[in-house]
Design a protein around this ligand. Structure first.
Ligand code: PLP
Length: 377
C-alpha cells in the first residue's frame, strides 16, 4: 500500500494558491509601476494595516526582527539599557535587542500559556539584577497566537516607568478583552514572514504605534535617518518593505480575519479529538481570543508522539527546540531572571506543533483528528 501523502506542518504555498489570481494581478501592477521601494503600494499597505489594527501609524520594514530593533532605536533604548523579555521565543526577539545595542534579560514563562511570568517581570523591575544597565523596556511576546498576561505586565511597567513593546509576530488579529494585540503597549512589531498569519511571499515586517513622535523618528531611521532625501537628520539603518511585497500583503490582509477564524475552527476540532486522552489541548487564557499561529501540545514522550503522527503522514514541528539562553551564541553570557528559566528549559524538551493553516482541507483535518483520537492512548 502506498504511504499516505504527508501533511506538512506549515504550507505557505497553499496561501498563495488560495489567492493566486489577485496576488498575480497585484504583483503585475507593482512591477509595471516602475517604482519598487517606498512608493504607493507601501503607503497603501501601511494605511490599510493601521486601519485594520486600529493604530494611528503603521510603518513597513524589511522583517519582524528589524521591526523590533527599529522600535528600540526609535525609543533610544540601546547601549546602557537592559530590555527584559523571554527565552522561550524565536531567537529574533533577543537578536533585535542586541542589534539595537541593548542588553537582554531573559525571564521564565508560565508553563500553561508559554508566555512571560508577570510576577518575575514585576520582581526584576522592582529589584533589578545587579551588574546590569537599568531596565528601560520589556518585550511581551504573544507566543503561538495568544496574548501574554498583559494586564499585570503593563501595570508593572507603568509603575517602573518602563516601555512595554509587543512582539506580535505570531499574533496578528489576536485580542485581549476585546482589544487587538499590538494596540495595548507603547509600540508593536509584526513579522510578515511567509508562514506567519499575515505572510508576504518573501521577507517583510511592519510596526505600529499611536505615538506620533516615535513613528516620525522610526520612519526616518528605517531609511538612513533621512527626513529629506540625501540628508541624514539622525543615524539610521536601511530596512524597507518593497513595493512587490506590499502589493501582495494588501491582498493577503483581506483574507487575514477569515484565515484566523478558520484556524480557530481547526483548533476546536483538534481539541475535541484530544478530549478524554492523556494529552491536554492548549490552554486558553480567559478573555483572550487566540489566533493559533501554532497549535502546540506537550508530552515528556515527545519523540514517540511525533513518530506516531509521522507514521500516519502528519508533519509536526518544534517551536522551539532550544531556549535562546542555551544556544551556542548566547549560552553563558546572557543574563537570566531569578527563576533561571527552569520552566522554559522544560517546555523546550516537551512541546510540539501540529499542522495549522487555513488551507488545510477537510480530508486532512479528519485524518489529523483521527490520529489525535488515539495519540498516547
Ligand atoms: C517570526 C518571529 C520574529 C521575527 O520575524 P522575522 O520576520 O523572521 O525577522 C520575531 N518574534 C517572533 C516571536 C517570531 O515568531
Amino acid at each position: 500500500m502506498d504511504p499516505l501523502p504527508m501533511i506538512p506542518q506549515a504550507n505557505p504555498g497553499a496561501g498563495y494558491q488560495a489567492q493566486k489570481a489577485e496576488i498575480d494581478a497585484a504583483v503585475a501592477r507593482a512591477l509595471a509601476s516602475g517604482w519598487y521601494i517606498l512608493g504607493k503600494e507601501g503607503e497603501a499597505f501601511e494605511q490599510e494595516f493601521a486601519a485594520w489594527l486600529g493604530t494611528t501609524r503603521a510603518i513597513g520594514c524589511a522583517n519582524g526582527t528589524d521591526a523590533l530593533a527599529l522600535i528600540l532605536r526609535g525609543m533610544g533604548v540601546g547601549e546602557g539599557s537592559t530590555v527584559a523579555t523571554v527565552s522561550h521565543t524565536a531567537v529574533a526577539t533577543v537578536a533585535a535587542i542586541e542589534m539595537a545595542g541593548a542588553t537582554p534579560l531573559l525571564l521564565d514563562i508560565d508553563p500553561d500559556s508559554y508566555t512571560m511570568d508577570p510576577d518575575e517581570l514585576a520582581a526584576v523591575l522592582e529589584d533589578p539584577p545587579p551588574g546590569l544597565p537599568p531596565v528601560r523596556a520589556a518585550i511581551a511576546v504573544h507566543l503561538y497566537g495568544q496574548a501574554c498576561d498583559l494586564g499585570p505586565m503593563l501595570e508593572a511597567c507603568n509603575r517602573a516607568g518602563v516601555a512595554l513593546i509587543e512582539d506580535c509576530a505570531q499574533a496578528h488579529g489576536a485580542t485581549l478583552h476585546g482589544r487587538k494585540l499590538g494596540t495595548l503597549g507603547s509600540a508593536a512589531a509584526f513579522s510578515l514572514y511567509p508562514t506567519k498569519n499575515l505572510g508576504a511571499l518573501g521577507d517583510g515586517g511592519v510596526l505600529a504605534t499611536d505615538d506620533f513622535e516615535l513613528a516620525d523618528r522610526i520612519a526616518a531611521i528605517r531609511q538612513y535617518g533621512w527626513r529629506e532625501r540625501y540628508i541624514s537628520a539622525m543615524v539610521g539603518v536601511n530596512s524597507r518593505l518593497d513595493e512587490v511585497q506590499a502589493a501582495i500583503l494588501r491582498v493577503k490582509l483581506t483574507a487575514l480575519d477569515a484565515g484566523n477564524a478558520k484556524r480557530r475552527e481547526i483548533a476546536s476540532r483538534y481539541d475535541a479529538a484530544l478530549a478524554g486522552g492523556p494529552i491536554a489541548p492548549p490552554e486558553r487564557r480567559p478573555g483572550a481570543e487566540h489566533v493559533f499561529h501554532q497549535y502546540v501540545l506537550r508530552s515528556p514522550d515527545r519523540a514517540a508522539m511525533m513518530a506516531a503522527l509521522k507514521a500516519q503522514g502528519i508533519g509536526t514541528g518544534i517551536h522551539y527546540p532550544a531556549p535562546v539562553h542555551l544556544q551556542p551564541a548566547y549560552r553563558d553570557r546572557i543574563a537570566l531572571g531569578p527563576a533561571g528559566c527552569a520552566e522554559t528549559a522544560r517546555a523546550a524538551e516537551e512541546v510540539f506543533s501540529l499542522p495549522m493553516y487555513p488551507e488545510l482541507t477537510e480530508e486532512q483535518i479528519e485524518r489529523i483528528c483521527a490520529a489525535l483520537a488515539t495519540l498516547g492512548r
